[in-house]
Design a binder for this molecule. Structure first.
Ligand SMILES: Cc1cc2nc3c(=O)[nH]c(=O)nc-3n(C[C@H](O)[C@H](O)[C@H](O)COP(=O)(O)OP(=O)(O)OC[C@H]3O[C@@H](n4cnc5c(N)ncnc54)[C@H](O)[C@@H]3O)c2cc1C
Length: 427
């Protein structure tokens, strides 16, 4: 491919900045990233106040995040583990269905369940080669059995205790419920490395500077234009992208040779000359409604905890998990799944009620983030070959699609799919 081609990357999140970084590395010099918001990072969003920072999006990685770690090295960042709580874990609210984060084991997972948990983790590692395709970038060649809901896969392979362990990061981190999401996504999340990390806590890490910093540093040498509101995309002999700059309202019209969509594909198609194939596929994409509230509190007895009794539809609108990133500050991030229409005021009220229940009071809500999250398809579409058709469209109409829908909603999955996309199509 001609290295002089003009390439437009839409979206400056993990997928877009990774794609642009690898395109530049492959020798393409005319790469422009257009970002709707005034900042880069997308769902890697860090709230900063003075010396401190908090995450409103991605929080955790594991030492198996190979692409992310490689990009972190380029950005001069290292894995960081936040200090453990100095006080003994709170137990007073276990009866009320709330567990201190330090009490996953022994606690919510009892000592008596340990042999089953370890046996299932070991069996999963042994069986993993048969699901190998699910651990690779994208969904090509994933075995048909993984189209079934996670709950079906768990029952078939008698992995109930492992499923219980997985459910903390799976359900409370916004990936929906086990009975409605194809198992392929869960396996993509909990590949053998991440599953080992559940047993070996030291494998998890955070980003001391905040994860948004990673993408800001990588964006610095790239041509990234923020605050670009997309109006229209037309693809023919070239790709014409037009819209208006948010700050000034000034219109823009830019011409490229290729388009890499690293933002919600369905939203881009809505303003494009989309083909029937593209529209038919995009219309099947589902999302979850994931809300984060960063709240300054006083006196909370369980400042980092989770409520597994709410890991079901009955828990919609209620905090499922919460975390005090900077120990002893009382500033806590609460994570809530909405039903798509839950008013923001209801989420705020439920968070406040939780703080009260845990013996504290809300001083102030410092930040709110409402995410249209985890684009995915349901079991029937997955079984019906949705991803085969999706991959078949790559490159058609001068367009490539990367990011969450192409693989799975984690930092590593978005970054890795972008790296793979560049290797496959821009060699
Ligand atoms: C609360 C929360 C917690 C999470 N925790 C973790 C975690 O612990 N570990 C982990 O690995 N992952 C986690 N994730 C997931 C991870 O953050 C995302 O999957 C990943 O960052 C997605 O990157 P992306 O670039 O594919 O998409 P996005 O981050 O959504 O980036 C898309 C970008 O495109 C921009 N955009 C949208 N529309 C347009 C348009 N029309 N034109 C131009 N630009 C546009 C957006 O503003 C955005 O910047 C979490 C996510 C959330 C929300």
């Amino acid at each position: 491919m001609d290295r002089n081609e003009r390439i437009c990357v839409l979206g400056a999140g993990a997928a877009g900045i990774s794609a642009a970084t690898y395109l530049r590395e492959a020798g393409f010099t005319r790469v422009t990233v257009l970002e709707k918001e005034e900042r880069v990072g997308g769902k890697c969003r860090t709230h900063r106040e003075g010396e401190l920072n908090w995450e409103l999006g991605a929080i955790l990685a594991t030492t198996d995040y190979a692409t992310t770690l490689e990009l972190m090295r380029r950005a001069g960042m290292e894995p960081w583990r936040k200090p453990r709580a100095s006080r003994p874990p709170e137990t007073a609210f276990e009866g009320g269905g709330v567990w201190d984060m330090a009490r996953v084991f022994p606690g919510w997972v009892a000592r008596s369940e340990l042999p089953a948990a370890l046996a299932q983790i070991a069996r999963y590692q042994l069986l993993a080669p048969r699901w190998k395709a699910a651990f690779a970038p994208g969904h090509a060649g994933v075995p048909a059995e993984l189209a079934a809901p996670v709950s079906t896969w768990i029952a078939r392979h008698r992995m109930e205790t492992l499923g219980k362990l997985w459910s903390i990061p799976y359900v409370s981190f916004g990936y929906g419920f086990y009975d409605e999401v194809p198992a392929a996504y869960a396996l993509k999340y909990f590949d053998p490395g991440v599953t080992r990390a559940l047993a070996l806590k030291r494998k998890f890490f955070n980003w001391k500077e905040g994860v948004q910093t990673l993408w800001e540093r990588l964006a610095a040498p790239l041509e990234v234009r923020t605050g670009m509101e997309l109006g229209r995309v037309r693809r023919g002999a070239s790709v014409e992208v037009s819209g208006a700059e948010r700050r000034s309202g000034a219109p823009f019209r830019l011409e490229f040779d290729r388009l890499v969509v690293a933002c919600p594909w369905d939203e881009v198609l809505a303003v494009s000359d989309a083909s029937d194939d593209e529209l038919a596929l995009a219309s099947r994409i589902r999302h979850t409604d994931y809300r984060v509230r960063l709240v300054r509190t006083e006196g909370m007895r369980v400042p980092s905890g989770f409520a597994p009794g709410r890991f079901s539809r009955a828990g919609l609108g209620l905090p499922m998990i919460w975390d005090e990133r900077n120990r002893g500050t009382g500033t806590v991030a609460f994570y809530v799944l909405g039903d798509g229409s839950t008013p923001g005021s209801t989420i705020d009220a439920n968070v406040e009620a939780e703080v009260l229940r845990l013996g504290g009071r809300v001083v102030e809500t410092m930040a709110r983030a409402d995410w249209k999250y985890f684009p995915h398809v349901g079991p029937e579409d997955y079984a019906g070959g949705w991803y085969g058709r999706f991959e078949g469209l790559q490159g058609r109409n001068r367009t490539f699609v990367t990011g969450e829908i192409a693989s799975f909603s984690t930092v590593e999955r978005s970054a890795r799919y972008s790296r793979d996309l560049v290797r496959r199509f821009f060699a």
